[in-house]
Design a binder for this molecule. Structure first.
Ligand code: ADP
Ligand code: MG
Length: 531
């Protein structure tokens, strides 16, 4: 730190973390994670000694990473307006259809989902209630003064100014299978625990600057509220239960199971069954005469009636073979409350995000005040179609120099689908037929100011410039109006947050796939300085 400057509260000096100190904190983290189930778990063979083939702690930050407190609270305060926006988008089928139509010729996945919706719509829905567990993701944006290649980490004063003078920009809005809530909850608890014990040996890391995190209770609470709203089972003799769809080979039970276990602690307890998408759905579920969704959890066990379908699978194109389509159709046709519906699923497409980012588009759905608030978080986004905007975007995307400032995104979730900067021109020219370009959108890169951090992956650690991503969780319950009026919003809540951090030079972010780590924000107060 330069000569006579006061030390700044909030920007930890990581130079003081020696190798021995790192080893000590790392051990504390790993043991906490093992004991509290902050793990990635690989399933074993059914005939092996254990159904668990292996487990290891999920990647985490070793020291909580600074994030400006003002942006943290601002992101949380906006969540109800974002929930409202996506509720209204979901129920505006005509608008949504006009957007999805633009994808149909080029995007097989979007076409399959829309076809399922049309079959449900033509038959008529039997459940007007809908549940949402959403997550709005943000990064800080402040282009480095000397251009994008300027990776030099600023001194404390500059880093402090940089994070406070940055803007909060939305990466994407997730409506489907939002993950990370449980991991974020445990890792936030872990860092608060270690801060209270003063394990870090750094004055700036004070427990009061690490926000409380109750994600698991809030997400479970939202599902329980939907379960109650479903009402008693059609056949009173049956028990009502929640169904969680899961991917058969996923590593993420430690993110999914805590929600099941939390529901079991409610009074009265709410039972949640997991089913693999799509085999288990077809084997274990049927529709009753009133399209109630009936599940036989295992052979010979009493059949239960499903109140809520909580989707944690069914977001990847390969899941929609003929069996996947049949399974999704059954769930959507059923009387169960969907979390979310197939329309809300499609509302989370990047193509929808790009349409919403157009000037004045938000005012179709929100009051001018709310629209202005949310609009300020949008980065410029462009279609890649043959409209004038699309043709301009194609030029930007095909030019090596301009492409550097953009990310190319298909309407897919789950990480690993985007193309970044310099790679865009070659990708478009060689990997995608021209008539399929319009399934992508082009988004201007968010340029976060680098801050110092230490993160640990499975087999390595990174110390140096890092970027964090804040996810704000929103939960809601609403009723579609049969007379095509406005949806009736019954519950609309901000339900917690996730925080992930990655080395500065990594483009992607997906902790399960090893691109980043779970973290807890160290809220940097705007003007507080230590004496
Ligand atoms: P996915 O649905 O696959 O999660 P995202 O839009 O969230 O797709 O992109 C994945 C990751 O890529 C983000 O978490 C973020 O780290 C990075 N990313 C996405 N958009 C941008 C952007 N405009 N600028 C910088 N990084 C981005
Ligand atoms: Mg994402």
């Amino acid at each position: 730190m330069a000569g006579d400057r006061q030390p700044l509260l909030g920007m930890p000096k990581l130079e003081s973390v020696s190798d021995e100190k790192f080893a000590e904190i790392y051990t504390e983290c790993q043991e906490y994670q093992v004991v509290k189930g902050s793990l990635l778990v690989r399933r074993g063979d059914l005939d092996a000694m254990s159904p668990i083939a292996g487990a290891r702690p999920v990647g985490v930050s070793i020291i909580p990473t600074p994030f400006p407190d003002t942006h943290f609270s601002c992101a949380l305060e906006m969540q109800e307006a974002f929930n409202e926006l996506y509720i209204r988008v979901t129920e505006d089928d005509a608008w949504l259809e006009s957007v999805i139509n633009g994808l149909k010729k080029s995007d097989e996945f979007a076409t399959k989902l829309w076809d399922i919706w049309e079959r449900v719509r033509d038959e008529g829905e039997v459940q007007p209630l809908r549940c949402g567990v959403f997550r709005s993701d943000y990064m800080l944006h402040r282009p480095p003064a000397n251009g994008p290649e300027d990776l030099v980490l600023q001194e404390d004063e500059d880093a402090y100014q940089s994070v406070h003078h940055s803007q909060l920009k939305q990466v994407e809005f997730n409506t489907y299978s939002c993950s990370g809530a449980s991991h974020a909850n445990v890792v936030a608890n872990m860092h608060r625990h270690l801060a209270r014990k003063r394990v870090y040996g750094i004055d700036e890391v004070q427990p009061s600057l690490l926000p409380l995190n109750h994600n698991i209770a809030f997400v479970a609470g939202a599902l329980a509220a939907a379960h109650c709203a479903y009402g008693p089972p059609i056949s009173r003799a049956r028990q009502a239960a929640i169904l969680m769809t899961v991917q058969p080979d996923n590593f993420n039970i430690c993110d999914e199971r805590p929600i099941e276990y939390e529901l079991a602690e409610f009074d009265p307890p709410v039972v949640l069954y997991r089913v693999d998408f799509s085999d288990d759905i077809l084997r274990k579920c049927t529709l009753g005469p009133n399209r109630e969704l009936l599940l036989e959890p295992s052979a010979g066990q009493a059949v239960v009636e499903i109140s809520v379908v909580y989707q944690r699978a069914g977001y990847q194109p390969h899941e929609y073979d003929p069996k996947g389509i049949e399974a999704r159709l059954m769930l959507e046709r059923s009387r169960a409350i969907k979390c979310p519906t197939i329309l809300a699923h499609m509302a989370g497409f990047k193509k929808v995000q790009q349409e919403l980012a157009k000037p004045n588009m938000l005012q179709r759905f929100l009051s001018p005040e709310k629209a202005d608030l949310l609009q300020a978080t949008f980065m410029p986004m462009y279609p890649l179609d043959d409209t004038p905007d699309g043709l301009r975007a194609r030029q930007l995307a095909l030019d090596e120099e301009t492409a550097e400032g953009y990310v190319l995104k298909p309407s897919l979730d789950g990480g690993g689908n985007n193309v970044y900067g310099h790679d865009i021109p070659a990708f478009l020219k060689s990997a995608v037929p021209r008539n399929h370009w319009q399934k992508y959108v082009l988004m201007e890169k968010i340029r976060p100011p680098p801050v110092q951090g230490i993160v640990a992956f499975a087999y390595s650690a990174h110390r140096g410039p890092v970027i964090s991503e804040l996810g704000v969780l929103g939960t809601c319950l609403w009723r579609r109006d049969d007379r095509d009026g406005d949806p009736v919003i019954l519950q609309n809540d901000t339900s917690g947050s996730t925080f992930k951090t990655k080395p500065y030079d990594v483009d992607e972010m997906n902790v399960v796939k090893g691109y980043g780590c779970f973290d807890c924000p160290l809220l940097v107060p705007r003007s507080t300085r230590s004496p």
